[in-house]
Design a protein around this ligand. Structure first.
Ligand code: ADP
Ligand code: MG
Length: 477
């Protein structure tokens, strides 16, 4: 854990016993939180958070950007308060304040982008054709066409933020996630939006592969100066699939210099990869660590609602193209349920069924989808997720999903919750801490307790045993 010296810190009385205790408790809550949310997420949000002061039963924390403050407030504040108030009983609230500090703890000079590098920019501009080195943008990959859910909301919020203001609040933005989950879509959406909002800004989007290709070409034609100049004069550089340059040492070297130059001049850099910076094997340690300096946002595999949302939005565009088409709702639900590998595959599945229906001149239906998508559906069958279980159990007991995940302890909610935890244990391969996390950030001991409780009840209470069995069966097929 990196703790930085904040200016206000020195005015605090180190000998004050209570204060010391609170600071200790604060550090302890951070480690609890870290265990709960995982290393990568923790680093994104909490590596730069600092203890400010504690007075009038209010804890003041400092973070470097407003975006961080907003995100921590909406996603973690309640949890932090809950953890802290167990030990610090008189704490009333937590306030997060924005203090601009950079990683080295020095006061950061927030340069406004507006009057930056004006002259050199204009000179080089005429020499450049950014489109020739970048890749074309796909208008359909816009923010409007991007469906947001819990699995991608962080990446989406960060992407939006970058397109809303000129000054850079986190640099680089590093987006990562498995294949087909929307990384390229978000990069295009950002580039399109920046072009729209600030036509004068130079945005360059390209894959790491294309970057390497350009670089090698420049080497071959002994034209590396122009190459460097081209890349270093952009306002926003986006490199997609950076994992591609793993093991390619000279390309890495060149990338690193370009990257550093842009960041040093406060130009925005946005990178995507299929894994987190720390996991980028074959990429030099100093590059990996710099990639993680800004904001690291991961895109998780989608959940059912997101998949359904994507299908609905794609279905709408199909309907716009072909007004004779009728797409039954239950078909979309069926696809969202059965195809959970990634969104690209899901989209492909919908396209396939629609194409088939028009060839065969038959109306769309679930039966047809089963027939046409046999291979896909078989591959993604059997895997029950915690989300499925929670939804099913909530439905069965007529509860809202939010109640099931809430802290409420009333029996009518607590028992179904325990059943859902039990089913998660026996039907998925998730670990106890993972299950706890999925249930509103509970401790793994709570999950152990729930599993034990339901095991006991299944032996002693026929009614419960039957309910659990019905749920289990319906989830298994
Ligand atoms: P990645 O770059 O992560 O491999 P892509 O951005 O190419 O994935 O996404 C694959 C396909 O899925 C694209 O057609 C994209 O438009 C679509 N897609 C992914 N996520 C979403 C989303 N949240 N909403 C709408 N479409 C999405
Ligand atoms: Mg991609």
């Amino acid at each position: 854990m990196l703790f930085l010296i904040y200016e206000g810190y020195s005015v605090l009385d180190e000998n004050n016993f209570q204060l010391k205790k609170i600071k200790e408790e604060w550090e302890r809550s951070l480690s609890i939180l870290r265990a709960e949310i995982g290393e990568a997420t923790f680093k994104s949000w909490f590596k730069n958070i600092q203890f400010g002061q504690y007075s009038d039963n209010i804890l003041i924390l400092n973070v470097p950007t407003r975006f961080m403050r907003d995100w921590i407030e909406s996603h973690y504040l309640e949890r932090i308060l809950a953890i802290l108030s167990k030990e610090v009983s008189d704490i009333k609230s937590i306030t997060i304040e924005v203090a601009s500090l950079d990683l080295t703890g020095k006061q950061e000079i927030q340069k406004q982008q507006d009057n930056k590098v004006g002259v050199s920019m204009k000179v080089s501009e005429s020499l450049l054709d950014h489109n020739s080195i970048g890749a074309p943008l796909d208008e359909r990959l816009s923010f409007e066409n991007f469906v947001v859910g819990p699995s991608n909301e962080l990446a989406y919020a960060a992407a939006r933020r970058i397109t809303e203001r000129r000054n850079v609040s986190f640099n680089p933005l590093f987006l990562y996630g498995g294949v087909g989950l929307g990384k390229t879509h978000l990069l295009h959406a950002m580039a399109l939006e920046i072009n729209k909002n600030w036509p004068e800004r130079k945005v360059l989007y390209l894959s790491a592969e294309k970057f390497m290709y350009q670089f090698i070409k420049a080497l071959r034609f002994k034209d590396t100066m122009a190459f460097k100049q081209q890349f270093r004069s952009v306002d926003v550089l986006m490199i997609d699939d950076i994992q591609f340059i793993a093991g390619k040492d000279s390309t890495q070297e060149e990338f690193f210099h370009t990257f550093n130059t842009l960041i040093d001049h406060n130009h925005q850099v946005i990178i995507s990869a299929d894994r987190s910076p720390v996991d980028l094997d074959g990429i030099e340690e100093r590059i990996r660590s710099r990639l993680g300096w800004g904001l690291v946002a991961d895109i998780h595999p989608s959940d059912y609602e997101l998949r359904l949302g994507v299908l609905q939005s794609k279905a709408e565009s199909h309907l716009l193209e072909n007004s004779d088409l009728t797409i039954p709702d239950n078909l979309l639900e069926f696809l969202a349920q059965r195809i959970d590998s990634n969104i690209r595959v899901l989209e492909g599945a919908l396209n396939r069924v629609i194409a088939y229906s028009s060839f065969a001149n038959r109306p769309l239906s679930i039966d047809m989808a089963k027939e046409v998508l046999k291979d896909l559906i078989r591959a993604s069958q059997r895997k029950t997720t915690i989300d499925d279980i929670q939804r099913k159990v909530a439905d069965y007991y007529n509860l809202r999903l939010s109640d099931l995940l809430s802290a409420r302890r009333s029996r009518t909610i607590a028992r179904p919750r325990q059943i859902a935890m039990y089913l998660s244990k026996i039907l998925t391969t998730r670990s106890l801490p993972e299950i706890g996390r999925k249930f509103g950030g509970r401790d793994h001991t709570t999950v152990i307790h729930a599993v034990k409780k339901i095991e006991d009840l299944r032996v002693g209470d026929v009614a419960i045993d039957e309910e659990v069995e019905v749920l289990r069966r319906s989830l298994e097929n």
